[in-house]
Design a protein around this ligand. Structure first.
Ligand SMILES: [Zn+2]
Length: 153
């Protein structure tokens, strides 16, 4: 057998379907006696089978679904960032207002405590409640507003 015979056989294998009866019987005869070309044919058939069994990679529905998933993920990221920003602003706002009002409130409560004749612990507890309650309300409101906004956006 010459080298050309093997090359011809492999060309026929590459063509796959669409061979004439004569070509097919010649190829079968060659494969029966040539192990190298038989392996080549098996490998080629394996590749063809693998390609056929693949879900169509360029299927437009698959591409669309992937794009949608990517876009959804991006918008989720943006929402998370916006929510974090709102939480940050809420904390900043509460902190600023606390810094401004705490010294005034502290003096006011101390004065009221003295005036009412209650112990230091009592007016300090009252101050803590008075100070913490609005901060809690404000942050809850801001968080709820942030959630509402991002859900609609
Ligand atoms: Zn051969």
């Amino acid at each position: 057998m010459t080298r050309d015979t093997h090359e011809e056989a492999r060309e026929l294998i590459a063509l796959g379907e669409g061979l004439s009866d004569a070509q097919q019987s010649w190829l079968r005869a060659h494969l029966d006696e040539c192990e190298a070309c038989r392996h080549y044919a098996e490998a080629a058939n394996g590749v063809v089978r693998a390609l056929r069994s693949l879900p169509l990679a360029a299927d437009s529905r698959l591409v669309r679904a992937t794009q949608m998933r990517v876009r959804f993920h991006a918008s989720r990221l943006r929402e998370t960032r916006e929510r974090l920003w709102l939480v940050g602003m809420a904390c900043l706002g509460v902190g600023l207002s606390a810094t401004l009002t705490v010294p005034i409130l502290w003096r006011l409560f101390a004065w009221m405590g003295e005036w009412a004749g209650v112990s230091t612990v009592v007016w300090q507890s009252g101050f803590m409640f008075f100070f913490i309650a609005p901060a809690l309300v404000v942050s809850v409101l801001l968080l709820a507003r942030g959630t509402h906004m991002t859900n609609n956006g």
